[in-house]
Design a protein around this ligand. Structure first.
Ligand code: MOS
Length: 738
């Protein structure tokens, strides 16, 4: 019930500023596209202007003669690329290497690469490459029917019979559009090739996976590829797995033996680096007259690219969210001439919960029941899909705390009944959930004679606060002040760390850093026992402790001790390094016996002014049950950012394709609207403080994605309350409210 932020100075659970903040604010943080290497050339891809057909000719002669042009690379001269072997568990969404054949499967597919001295020269020459095609009519329709028999994902009881017999029933279809990731930092690769080794500066959320994928595609060993990603300006899932521009840049560097920079333009970001696919979800929900769910059925379809198939897992949260004896989830896909889709923040559950939570709201209205009460009545005791207990679930508390903070008891459920200052207010609520797990991770913790404690791991910070929480974990577990910690990440030369995705980085890093810190402290105390001229010389290590950065006798206070750097010097050591490792929760027998998820509740107030057709989001109260939140400041930022993204999902975001040539039409930030500061409501984020020790000893789960889950449903429920219009097809268009 209390925000864990009772003590803002607590190393774990405090509200710490970002350790990388000063560098970011002063221009000292270098992003991939900032990199300028001696002799570097600039590459600009040539993109297909059709979405389906055959590339019949490519005339590069004119382009090749233009000023500054060093090469026009095509399948004939760029060198070989190979495929990623999925059996190696290395992830990539678009498995066809670039320039691999002459079939065009989506608009914007790369067909050549121009390399020149400057960006302007390369762009001009790319525009001068002449392609001829045998064009066919692409299928980019958003309306979908399954390509094949739907697959049953989860089933219990007899859903159809229960639905048929139920007194209260809802049968409604919800759709969400293609949404394109728009991190402000564009995708970029700066590739170098030197003596058989690639150093690739990338904008990736997963350096370790990126290295192996690139090594496989380039036909070299992992050891011959180094990936560096010091800072990222956002990713949202679009930067999880390598895209074709990375391999093109590396291929060009290999061919020309010069560093190559390739920055994907904003327009190309709508074509070749993934998006959330559109989804169409039919929900059939039924209940007894007093609001007990009798059945829950979700049949969903999402689009898929022509070659690869990735499932948008809309049913992920459905089987465990509410108690019901009869449940069925089915999925299907429909192939389209659209580039491969990928994970976008909360993949699956985010569009999925738009449907489930909207259906719960509609059901509450049919039942004439408060939508919070309906959810509370259907709270399960265990995960009914897996028949295992929840590790820690406080959804009801999140709903109740949120309702109190929001003032929900004052809600008049009648449509349009709440007015203030000439505006109609609409109040909506939704639950949210997101899975929590751990992936393998390694970390090193090192005491140095310069007085720093260095924590390193081959992970990366996508802007979410990984630098900061790593510093906090290391400080806490090694017994050193936070100000002394230095963080090294973003380089595959470091011990392999987790990807920044799936809300898993923090939970995965905790055990690795903890073990590394314990190992380092143990070594430090052993070293102290050999430190000449100190009070610890010839003391047994187990009589010593390390607190506040000082080695001291356990029997005495830390203040009586000696700073670790002095001890290292006295013992003639430059540094001591501890190593730690964590394993995947998937292969952890204890974790496997539990259903581990985060939960939360969103309460939203919108205002509607029918006379001027203006809809605003005024106020949001969000309560998150995410286990122990390590840093309440960066944590709250995560949720606030997700809510902003949720406002965009509910009201603005939709990628539109031209049916004639399959081109994303609104491929820029003026026409593809994301929410901005002016759209920001008052946001009140509360974290429930229930550490969940199923994944690690600090009780942390993960909070990167959950803030977006369910939010759009809370929005459309609020819109319905204000206007009487139920929007089942996102985003909300003002026209539909009139
Ligand atoms: Mo997230 S979609 O796991 O970056």
């Amino acid at each position: 019930m209390k925000n864990p932020d009772q003590d803002v100075n607590a190393v774990i659970g405090g509200a710490h500023s970002r350790v990388d903040g000063p560098l970011k604010c002063s221009g000292g943080a270098h992003y991939t596209s900032d990199r300028r290497l001696p002799g570097m050339l600039i590459a600009v891809p040539v993109a297909s202007t059709i979405a389906k057909g055959t590339l019949t000719g490519l005339n590069t002669a004119d382009a090749g003669k233009m000023p500054g042009v060093r090469a026009v690379l095509t399948h004939e001269n760029i060198g070989r690329f190979y495929r990623v072997n999925k059996a190696t568990k290395i992830k990539i969404d678009e498995t066809r290497p670039p320039l691999d054949d002459n079939t065009i499967r989506y608009y914007g597919q790369y067909i050549a690469l121009v390399v020149a001295d400057t960006f302007e020269q390369a762009s001009a020459a790319a525009a001068a490459v002449q392609a001829t095609y045998r064009e066919e009519t692409p299928n980019v329709a958003m309306q979908m029917s399954p390509d094949a028999k739907p697959e049953v994902e989860s089933e219990r009881g007899d859903t159809e019979a229960a639905f048929a017999a139920a007194p209260v029933r809802l049968d409604a279809t919800y759709t969400t559009p293609v949404e394109t990731h728009n991190p402000i930092e564009l995708h970029a690769s700066v590739a170098t090739f030197d003596e058989g080794r690639f150093t690739l500066y990338e904008s990736t959320q997963a350096i370790m996976n990126h290295r192996s994928a690139m090594a496989q595609m380039l036909g070299v060993d992992d050891e011959q590829v180094r990936i560096v990603t010091e800072y990222l300006g956002g990713g949202f899932g679009g930067k999880l797995w390598p895209w074709t521009h990375s391999i093109l840049a590396a291929g060009a560097a290999r061919k020309l033996k010069r560093p190559i920079k390739l920055v994907v333009s904003r327009q190309m970001m709508f074509q070749t680096v993934g998006h959330r696919p559109n989804t169409q979800q039919r929900m059939r929900v039924s209940a007894t007259a007093d609001g007990k769910l009798m059945s829950l059925q979700q049949d969903y379809i999402s689009h898929a690219p022509i070659l690869d198939k990735r499932k948008e897992d809309c049913g992920e949260a459905t089987p465990y969210l509410y108690s019901t004896s009869n449940l069925k989830v089915t999925s299907a896909s429909a192939r389209r001439n659209i580039a491969p889709d990928t994970s976008m923040r909360g993949p699956g559950a985010v569009p999925g919960l738009f449907a489930t939570e909207s259906a719960m709201d509609e059901l509450a209205i049919l039942l004439k029941m408060d939508p919070v009460e309906l959810r509370v009545r259907n709270e399960p005791k265990i995960d009914e899909s897996l028949n295992v207990p929840f590790s820690s679930r406080h959804l009801v508390e999140a709903l109740q705390v949120g309702a109190d903070k929001f003032g929900w008891s004052k809600r008049d459920p009648r449509v349009g009944s709440m007015q203030k200052d000439g505006e109609v207010l609409g109040w909506g609520v939704a639950s949210c959930s997101w899975k929590a797990s751990r992936v393998p991770a390694q970390a090193a913790v090192e005491f140095n004679t310069d007085g720093t404690l260095r924590v390193s791991s081959g992970t990366q910070d996508i802007g979410t606060g990984t630098y900061t929480v790593l510093a906090q974990m290391a400080a806490k577990q090694a017994g050193v002040p936070l100000s002394k910690v230095v963080v090294s990440i973003g380089d595959t030369r470091l011990p392999p760390g987790p990807m920044s995705g799936g809300s898993m980085a923090t939970a995965s890093l905790v055990p690795a850093v903890s073990e590394a810190a314990r190992d380092a402290v143990k070594q430090m105390l052993t070293v102290a026992s050999t430190a000449q001229g100190t009070p610890f010389m010839d003391t047994k290590p187990d009589m010593l402790a390390l607190t506040d950065g000082r080695v001291h006798l356990k029997a005495q206070a830390a203040a009586s001790g000696m700073p670790f750097e002095d001890v290292l010097r006295a013992a003639r050591f430059n540094h001591v390094t501890g190593m730690g490792k964590s394993g995947a929760s998937d292969s952890d027998p204890d974790a496997k016996k539990l259903s581990i998820h985060s939960y939360g509740a969103h309460f939203v107030e919108v205002s509607w002014q029918p006379a001027i057709a203006r809809l605003r989001v005024k106020r949001v109260v969000t309560v998150i049950d995410g286990g122990k939140v390590i840093n309440t400041r960066t944590g709250a930022n995560q949720i606030e950012g997700a809510i902003m993204m949720g406002v965009g999902m509910a009201l603005f975001e939709r990628t539109q394709y031209d049916p004639r040539n399959g081109a994303p039409i609104n491929s820029n930030l003026a026409d593809y609207i994301v929410s901005s500061n002016a759209d920001t409501p008052d946001i009140d984020v509360t974290f429930l403080d229930h550490p969940d020790f199923a994944l690690n000893e600090l009780g942390a789960r993960g909070i990167g994605e959950i803030g977006l889950a369910g939010f759009a449903a809370a929005m459309t429920s609020a819109v319905h309350h204000a206007t009487g219009v139920r929007v089942r097809d996102l985003p909300v268009h003002i026209e539909t409210l009139l």
